[in-house]
Design a protein around this ligand. Structure first.
Ligand code: CA
Length: 218
């Protein structure tokens, strides 16, 4: 089995290469994000071990780019972060599994073997409400299986509402999560964009809860 290890810490990269080679894998190493992406695209690997914090392009960006290109090579992400949010981010972007540094080599090996046994490759989760689907990895939205083109802001708003479907989100929450520089944005802009979404989707999925915010029915 051919593995790509994308890790900028030279000692860890060297230790992984040596250990995995001793366990019978063929191992290539890349030391930054762009090199890792390039090798993952063209190297025909069975799995990729991908650090999150990498020079020039993060592991998140590498895996998201691969998935947007419909490359489903199994990816095990490594991170020094241990917040739940970071794990969720990695998995949302299309990683298959996640290990927090420091990790034991034995655990890494077991997780890798589990990934390699899985077939067919699982696609990243697609968010669904009624006949509307949103794929965070490929950034595609469909209504009744028909593709719909959204602006990045509309896409961000729909993704946020889908991830919180069934509960009321306040306008402030929407602003904080979907708009950069939220403090400088007129809060009414949210209502305007909800209107755009309703029109483009041709569905009244998003309910306005007067004086509170919005709710998307799952
Ligand atoms: Ca790193």
């Amino acid at each position: 089995m051919r593995l790509l290890v994308v890790e900028d810490e030279a000692r860890l990269a060297h230790a992984l290469r040596r250990g995995l080679a001793a366990d019978g894998f063929t191992v290539e190493v890349a030391h930054d994000g762009p090199a890792g992406l390039e090798q993952a695209r063209y190297g025909d690997f069975d799995a990729v071990v991908l650090d999150v914090m990498l020079p020039r392009l993060s592991g998140y960006d590498v895996v998201r780019t691969l998935r947007s290109e419909e490359n489903w090579v199994p990816v095990l992400m490594l991170s020094a972060k241990d917040g739940e949010q970071d794990q969720a981010d990695g998995l949302d972007y299309g990683a298959d599994d996640y290990l927090t540094k420091p990790f034991s080599y034995v655990v890494l090996l077991a997780r890798l073997r589990a990934l390699l046994r899985r077939a067919p490759l699982p696609r990243p989760p697609v968010l669904v409400a009624g006949d509307v689907t949103l794929d965070p990895a490929s950034r595609r939205v469909t209504v009744a299986e028909r593709p719909v083109t959204l602006t990045p802001r509309e896409f961000g708003l729909l993704e946020f509402l889908l991830r919180h479907s069934g509960r009321v989100v306040t306008r402030t929450e929407v602003l904080d999560h979907v708009w950069d520089m939220a403090a400088e944005v007129n809060p009414n802009v949210v209502e305007v964009y909800v209107g755009y979404l309703r029109r483009k989707l041709g569905r009244n999925l998003v309910e306005t809860v007067r004086g509170v915010g919005y709710r998307l029915e799952p």
